[in-house]
Ligand binder design. Structure first.
Ligand SMILES: [Zn+2]
Length: 287
């Protein structure tokens, strides 16, 4: 299947009130497991490469090329997305490598500087057919949408989306990054208000810390793209640790690598079953 455009995945999902699972890749095993899980769930999926992931591999190209190849051979629609790029330079590099979806994150900047920089990047991307997600900073919260205390104001979000021309907006509604516990409390009423005010799909970051029932509720309230990273890493690492402690003499990384990969795939299928069911008002359910 050819690489899917993010708009082809997120647009219909938003219209139908379904969520889209967007999973962060670390190595190629993650990409393979995420696609296998999506195929099992018969759901479209997003592979995400963060700036930190590119730094881990020493460059953006090796992991991007691997993800694009895995995506192109999938039996379900797969989009490959650059997650949390703080520099326009990285966005341009991603475009040069064939990525057609990016998150440009200027949320650390003051509001007007964020608007200006994001509008520039969005214009540049749209001229090349690239989909842009962005994030609105929160006064007093340096972690932007990832601060559990930060809250996106619906009116400000609407103004930001129209001033920048972005395709999707990451919002602060109670979740935070890299949580190992699942006790984040989402403000579902706020999600509904933002969904009504803002014309573009909404993105939930830090979903690994959200109780699963609340993830489904967040989708019903109007959230579309659900970013999940830490949960897959927990599952991958637990499986590798189990394998290594059961067989301390193992040497071949393929043995414990496949244990990790084989554990992540069904977890992806399970999570997609939770987020991609949908059922928001006006949405049509699909079997
Ligand atoms: Zn994030």
């Amino acid at each position: 299947m050819p690489l899917a455009a993010m708009a082809e995945i997120v647009g219909p999902a938003r219209a139908a009130g379904r969520g889209v699972g967007a999973f962060n890749v670390v190595g190629i095993e993650h990409a393979e497991a995420i696609v296998t899980g999506a195929e099992a769930a018969r759901a479209p999926v997003v592979l995400q490469i963060s700036e930190n992931c590119a730094a881990y591999h020493g460059a953006l190209e090796p992991i991007t090329s691997a993800c694009l190849a895995v995506a192109r051979s999938a039996a379900v629609p797969v989009a490959v997305h650059l997650d949390h790029a703080a520099s326009a330079e990285l966005v341009r590099a991603a475009a040069g490598l064939g990525l057609r979806s990016v998150m440009y994150d200027a949320s650390a900047w003051p509001y007007l500087a964020n608007v200006r920089a994001t509008a520039d990047v969005t214009r540049w991307c749209h001229a090349r057919g690239i989909w842009v997600e962005a994030e609105l900073g929160e006064v007093g919260g340096k972690d932007g949408v990832h601060s559990p205390l930060a809250r996106t104001d619906p009116n400000e979000a609407a103004g930001y989306a129209s001033a920048t021309g972005i395709d999707a907006l990451a919002v602060a509604v109670g979740s935070s990054h890299a949580m190992l516990t699942r006790d984040a409390v989402l403000d579902l009423g706020l999600i509904t208000r933002i969904r009504r005010a803002v014309g573009v799909p909404l993105v939930l970051h830090g979903s690994s810390g959200v109780p699963e029932a609340d993830l489904a509720a967040a989708v019903r309230a109007g959230m579309t793209k659900i970013n999940i990273a830490t949960q897959l890493n927990k599952v991958f690492t637990a499986a590798v640790r189990r394998y290594l402690s059961a067989d301390p003499a193992v040497v071949d990384p393929r043995r414990y690598g496949s244990a990790g990969r084989d554990a992540v795939a069904p977890e992806v299928a399970r999570l997609l079953g939770i987020v991609s069911v949908g059922g928001a008002s006006g949405g049509r359910r699909r079997g």
